[in-house]
Design a protein around this ligand. Sequence first.
Ligand code: ATP
Ligand code: MG
Ligand code: MG
Length: 586
Amino acid sequence: APPKPSNFLRTIIERELAEGAYAGRQWGGTPGDAAHHAAGRPDPAQVRLRFPPEPNGYLHVGHAKSICLNFGLARDYGGVCHLRFDDTNPEKEEQEYVDAIVEMVHWLGWSWDANGTSHLYYASNYFDFMYRAAETLIDAGLAYVDEQSADQMRANRGDFTTPGTNSPWRERSREDNLARFREMRDGQHADGAMVLRAKIDMASPNINLRDPALYRIKRAHHHNTGDKWCIYPMYTYAHPIEDALENITHSICTLEFEDQRPFYDWLLNALADNGLLQRPLPKQHEFGRLNLTYVITSKRKLKALVDEGIVEGWDDPRMPTLAGMRRRGYTPASVRTMAENTGASKTNIWVDYSALDIALRDDLEGQAPRAMAVIDPLKLTLTNWDQLFGAGHHEPCHAPAHPQRPELGQRQFSLGPAVWIERDDFAEVPPKGFFRLFPGNKVRLKYGMVIECTGCEKDADGRVTSVLATVVPDTKSGTPGADAVKVKGTITWVGVHDAVPATIKLYDRLFTEAQPDAGDRDFRDVLNPASKTVVAGYVEPSLAGLPAEARFQFERHGYFITDRKDHRSDAPVFNRITGLKDGWGK
Ligand code: ATP
Ligand code: MG
Ligand code: MG
């Protein structure tokens, strides 16, 4: 395998592997039932990682970064990586999202059961253990039930300049705390009436250590545990426990969790000190978020794009969701390459969107069959055709399916008296440096013949309705002497008689600003009005009867894919993935 760009996480893992840091790790608890975990007993010298999405929305390109980072490190260091649903907050989580996330992680090329050690886990399966851990903390004098109102708690937390104030409930007895906590669990108190808090330090300079909440009362149906629980653990409490139970070695998260690390360590050490977990404990490592220019990745804002009808759903080809990117035509390999090439660093990074397109072109250049398509059709009539070849004659032509891959064979099509060309390949009055069709100029119809433009026809408004030309005899591509007539321009075309009509969707950036939601800017103010253009074009006859999700390079135009939803083999619909070169609108 080619060497991967190094990063600080690789450096840490390589050092730890050299030191044998993971040797002898055992399961640190009994999440779920024993059988559930039997198959997951870790190899003693493995790195163990996880990708822990909350199933409250669709995955986007930022998640792809985290997925590829975690699964990629596991692959490169002979370890394992779990997909773990961090589903401890019942209100926003849904099965629909669980299914969509599984589908997209698979699509990206990662799996968790191939070798029987990587797994799909649900944090909610650890609710019993988390509850037991909470009672253990109470027993150890490290947690208490606080009956202050939410407002009082907020006021007493203090801020960066002011230490917090102890709750009046902070010093009550273990027995009282335990009884109260069990009442919370048994549904004897209203939602929000009280919370279980860790007893750490209300004067800590790190506000996250000022007695953070561990459990809250919330009567809500959970997608996995149903109505079993009316108390739910807080994310910051649940997550370290999930990592420990799965014996994660490196809990990799984004930078905003840096201030949570002291609590992460406090909690796991407290549970280990009290016999609930075994050392060594997982360690949290933070890396910078990936931001792509011209893209927003906030789930809330993406949802607004969908709900407000700015795009046509979560899988709209303009969306930076993985579902949208798949539909647009990005390949899993291109997304993985972009994620891998952007490394991992200690600061949030902005990556130019072109990184994705470059990776896409690299992936498709050697793979995608070529084809000719006309996106903005203008009819060209060859006025001497019948005289040269006889009425009704169609001249067979061919072209390689791929210029560097002869094994893919030839595509067949034919030239006749009328062809579709691109409207902008003709100019009645040529601008400087224009080598394509204008009256008096000669060009080659690619893989066909040299023609000479003789004029055009226009409608009452002066719009060109067709171009007229004559065939220059004995210039057919591939025949002796075909190159005797020199031309400066070659244009693509499709025969009117054998063209396949196609709907072609030309997508562009959704926003006109590189950082659409920077500062207090409303992303709605910088929408690109031309982010989607639907045209009726023509493709060459070799593209009749295609399946969905077939990718091609349309010569001179870029990469296209048949739309996974709207395409029909008898009514083709193509999405433009990206142009052949970088640039606005291409
Ligand atoms: P929210 O907090 O709004 O629910 P989230 O994007 O943090 O959204 P999670 O489901 O919690 O969603 O994310 C799963 C994992 O993906 C987390 O570890 C998170 O840090 C990581 N992640 C999310 N966005 C990015 C990003 N832009 N770059 C790198 N990693 C990301
Ligand atoms: Mg989250
Ligand atoms: Mg988050």
